[in-house]
Design a protein around this ligand. Sequence first.
Ligand code: ADP
Ligand code: ADP
Length: 228
Amino acid sequence: RPIIDIDHVSKRYDSGTVALNDVSLQIDEGEILALLGPNGAGKTTLISIICGLVVPTGGTVRVGGHDIRKDWRAARKLIGLVPQEIALEPFESVIDCVRFTRGLYGEPPDDAYIERLLSSLALWDKREAKTRELSGGMKRRVLIAKALSHRPKVLFLDEPTAGVDVALRREMWQVVRELRAEGVTIILTTHYLEEAEDMADRIGVINRGELLLVKSKDELLGEFGKKH
Ligand code: ADP
Ligand code: ADP
């Protein structure tokens, strides 16, 4: 049974823009899926709908069997979202920031888990640092730690490497691989084919609100006659 089931989802914003048109997609537990498409394709809208932040005009989304609209609380516990922009409280320490976010989900404190989480993201030594003192790469890892603070099964990364240099991009890819090794299902958006190729098991190509195709990486590369 898929962990995420997107069934005929459409979204028309009040402005009249049709951001998604009849999108259906199932995502299995433990896979890494990249949503690949140009700016304005509808990627962020789709992620926002799955996370319950935007209401679709049609269709249904189930996360772990829970209808995102009827059973939002249960669905949301299974989901972590790393947004595009870095928004952190500048004077808060790394560990407080992650503990606070866990609290927002109504989860009891679990310092053993927080220690493991920060260690796995190479942040444990920086736990008492204020977020404003951190490098860009560390800030991004703090955002990931916040998104994982309540131990979700699915992690969404919206343009994880937008505006990031090559070294930091490699670092993000490494983090994604390590998370997958721990069994977290990962859905990321990107407008770079190279990034989709390097990180994902399956690639969904989205343009003008339409999910044009979803293929395993190997199928897609075979079709384009491209080699590494
Ligand atoms: P992507 O993430 O692929 O860049 P988005 O989902 O952000 O695409 O946008 C899809 C389309 O919907 C674009 O045409 C965008 O301008 C429009 N759009 C996104 N958010 C809103 C909004 N809140 N109100 C109106 N139109 C929006
Ligand atoms: P969601 O993930 O549901 O969008 P967040 O957990 O990111 O929400 O944050 C919910 C609210 O709490 C936001 O207004 C955010 O600015 C605030 N917030 C999140 N993390 C912290 C933090 N560490 N310290 C202070 N405020 C925070």
